[in-house]
Design a binder for this molecule. Structure first.
Ligand code: ZN
Ligand code: ZN
Ligand code: FE
Length: 748
């Protein structure tokens, strides 16, 4: 990211001779000059790198001087396999923004302005090393002015691969009713007017299309929901500037840093205003700042200051990124299309982050982060880990560096499964990995599409890793904790267990190197209908409530269970199509159903999120009993207490709080027992349940100021299934032979 020009300028400043090039193992610099100048150079390299660059390591080796007299930038080399990192996409920088709005500048109002410090990377790269002929800008030859900047080492656009201007580069146009009605600046002006008028626009961005409308016009927002088949899942917002963001959400300093960080993610924060239709029954709003020049231009042209900016797709399909596909799929959803001519090489959704207990938590890892390396693993072998079928992302390990792909989606969608296959092929091509040499790692679930895909790949070797061990391993891999003994609590919705049952409340001890042994778990319940019950909290409730010694009478108020509950209960009592489960996620669903969430969910985790937001409205209250009996956490006294309180008319928010507190105490009870037994202080928490910030803070509160346990959660990859592939890769490469990894078709 503008590193070679930076090196050039620093070397010149210190009067050093030599050269710099992008080698496949990283940036290579050869320098000749007096020792103090050489030392000053190294200091500058580490202290003042360009805005978005991160110097991972400087390795200096003395060599005999060759008597060079000048400093030059050499052509990129391509030798074996490129382990050099592909940069994520960057937001437009302050200097380019100044030019964008300077009427005297030749790029005034130009939506594809960029320089070596900013602009697209991953989303335009066709191959490595990163040079213009291997980007989606290859079809736009530079005009003389742009060529001069591109070739001038003193210019800040020196070797800026996507450099362009209104004379030589691509532009934007506005399509309305299938006709191009405006181009360039005029297209932006018309688009801004249409947004103000309440129309829904498809807008091409960096990693795909967005669907946008004025967030303060409920008619537009609800029309978008209807056309997109998106009933309740919150919409992300893009706001004009930080001041506007502050009026919408409560932003702590770290949240502001995330908002303005180079990844420019969607930041979830507590809402300060109510926007009808944007995030129904949710106390948070997801907000992001503009990052592409086109976004700034739209706001400057008078677009509403708060826009819904949601991935352009119907329902849960992958985001549209190719123009023809976008036009085909979004006709009937978008009124108009603001289309940019620069092709997008691959789809990269917006990332979603939040401030957690100890720093940022990534909930969806995509634009701005992907495909950065997140961990180093002790292997020279190429490894491809395929992740889980929900919230899929894959991990490719090349020479020990684990690259995690962008968010792909739910593989039961045909389009998402195609995107998954494309991403695997794309990453392997980019890093020159031959499929035949791969160690392919997949989930143990025999019916996952990713598992079936693994069997079809012409890999050298395949291994299956159990889902919840992968969750715990993802945290250990991030911290390069290969041998640290830990207690790992996986709190999750659904995952295929060693015994073929549905796991999701599992406690392990061990380490990456020794393997993770299951030591404790949730009191077993059943799920009528199996994994499909995840869509219906009342269906899970039937399977959990049936475990009580006396099945309570749940007819009549305050319980208003729909027919589905009674049908499910009948299935459970007859033992028909019911599957054993230890899923903590389904216990959350059960409690949500008991306190009023009796409708089907319309997005993953909805009932648990609803329950968390309900609980946040309560003052702190005492926890329900949730005892450890032998090695099982017995939820039965807990559910009985919930039912008693519901009948007594206790505030549902208090019930929800007492439930969260009970889970927090149960986690610590089992963790303390096992931590002492294996002699560790480290408690690893991962899995979708631990996205719950209230639960985490209740655990933290109970640990107090002098905690006896050190809590490790995910930092680089999501705690949900988006982090599974990293954990799979980590467990598969540490040579164990333990129960945690086994050949495909191995033990059950
Ligand atoms: Zn710039
Ligand atoms: Zn030009
Ligand atoms: Fe999971």
């Amino acid at each position: 990211m503008g590193f070679r020009p930076f090196v050039y300028r620093v070397a010149r400043a210190y009067g050093l001779a030599g050269w710099v090039l992008n080698a496949e193992a990283g940036v290579e610099i050869y320098l000749e000059g007096p020792p103090d100048a050489l030392a000053a150079f190294v200091t500058a390299l580490q202290r003042e790198p360009p805005p978005a660059a991160r110097v991972a390591e400087v390795i200096a080796t003395p060599v005999p001087p060759e008597g060079l007299t000048d400093f030059t930038i050499r052509e990129s080399q391509r030798q074996d396999r490129p382990s050099v990192r592909v940069s994520p996409d960057l937001p437009v920088c302050a200097r380019c923004l100044a030019e964008l709005f300077d009427p005297a500048d030749r790029r005034h109002g130009y939506p594809y302005i960029n320089c070596t410090d900013c602009g697209p990377r991953y989303s335009i790269i066709l191959g490595l090393p990163y040079d213009r002929p291997r980007t989606t800008m290859k079809d736009w030859p530079l005009c003389p002015d742009c060529a001069r900047e591109y070739h001038d080492p003193a210019d800040r656009r020196f070797h800026a691969q996507p450099v362009a201007c209104p004379r030589c580069g691509p532009t934007y146009m506005l399509l309305s009713g299938g006709m191009v009605v405006a181009r360039g600046t005029a297209a932006v002006a018309v688009a801004a007017r249409h947004l103000s008028a309440g129309r829904i626009l498809a807008i091409k961005g960096i990693g795909g299309y967005h669907l946008a409308c004025d967030a303060r016009q409920p008619a537009a927002v609800w029309a978008l929901r209807e056309r997109k088949f998106r009933k309740e899942k919150p919409f992300a917002l893009m706001v004009r500037d930080l001041e506007t963001a502050r009026t919408l959400v409560a932003l702590e300093p770290m949240a502001e840093r995330l908002l303005t960080s180079p990844a420019r993610p969607i930041v979830l924060a507590p809402a300060r205003v109510f926007l009808d239709g944007v995030a129904p029954e949710n106390g948070d709003l997801g907000v992001m700042l503009p990052y592409a020049p086109i976004h700034y231009l739209l706001f400057a042209a008078g677009a509403p200051a708060v826009l819904v900016m949601t991935s352009a797709n119907r329902s849960e399909e992958p985001i549209a990124y190719e123009d023809a596909d976008a036009l085909a799929r979004l006709t009937g959803i978008a009124d108009d299309f603001l289309i940019g001519e620069r092709p997008i090489a691959r789809r990269v959704d917006d990332s979603v982050v939040r401030v957690g207990l100890d720093g940022p938590v990534i909930l969806r890892r995509s634009r701005g982060y992907a495909p950065g390396a997140v961990a180093r693993l002790p292997t020279a072998r190429p490894v491809l880990a395929l992740g889980a079928d929900l919230k899929n992302a894959v991990t490719l390990v090349v020479e020990g560096q684990a690259f995690v792909s962008q968010h792909i989606g739910d593989l039961d969608q045909a389009a998402a499964f195609r995107a998954f296959q494309e991403t695997v092929a794309d990453l392997c091509r980019m890093y020159d990995v031959a499929l035949e040499r791969l160690l392919v790692v997949h989930d143990r679930h025999p019916e996952y599409r990713s598992t079936q895909y693994a069997a079809e790949l012409p890999a050298e070797e395949r291994r299956a890793v159990q889902h919840h061990r992968a969750h715990i391993a993802s945290v250990l891999a991030e911290r390069a904790a290969l041998t640290t003994p830990v207690v790992g609590f996986a709190g999750d919705g659904t995952g295929y267990g060693d015994d073929g049952t549905i796991w999701g409340g599992e406690v392990f001890t061990g380490s990456l190197a020794e393997g993770l042994v299951r030591r404790a778990y949730l009191w077993p319940a059943v799920l009528p209908g199996g994994d499909a019950a995840a869509r219906f909290p009342v269906q899970a409730a039937a399977g959990f409530l049936a475990q009580l010694p006396v099945v309570p009478d749940l007819t009549g108020p305050p319980f208003a269970f729909p027919e589905r509950f009674w049908l499910a209960l009948a299935l459970v009592q007859k033992g028909v199509r019911t599957f054993p489960t230890t899923s903590l996620g389904r216990l959350f669903d059960t409690v949500a159903a008991l306190v009023g969430f009796t409708r089907p969910i319309t997005f993953e985790g909805q009932a648990a999120i609803w329950l968390e937001h309900l609980a946040r409205r309560s003052p702190p209250v005492a926890a329900y009993p949730f005892p450890l009996v032998g090695n099982r956490l017995d939820f039965r006294p807990l559910l009985e207490a919930v039912i008693v309180d519901r009948r007594r008319g206790r505030d549902p928010a208090e019930i929800a709080w007492a439930f969260h507190a009970a889970v927090a105490e149960a986690v610590l009870t089992v963790a303390r027992w096992l931590a002492e037994e294996v002699g560790t202080r480290v408690l690893v928490l991962s899995g979708g349940v631990f996205q719950n910030l209230l639960l985490l803070s209740l655990i933290r509160d109970r640990l107090g100021d002098r905690p006896d346990l050190e809590v490790w959660t995910n930092r680089e990859v999501p705690p949900n299934d988006g982090g599974i592939s990293l954990g799979q890769a980590a467990l598969a490469v540490v040579d164990t032979g333990s129960a945690s990894v086994s050949p495909i078709g191995g033990d059950a």
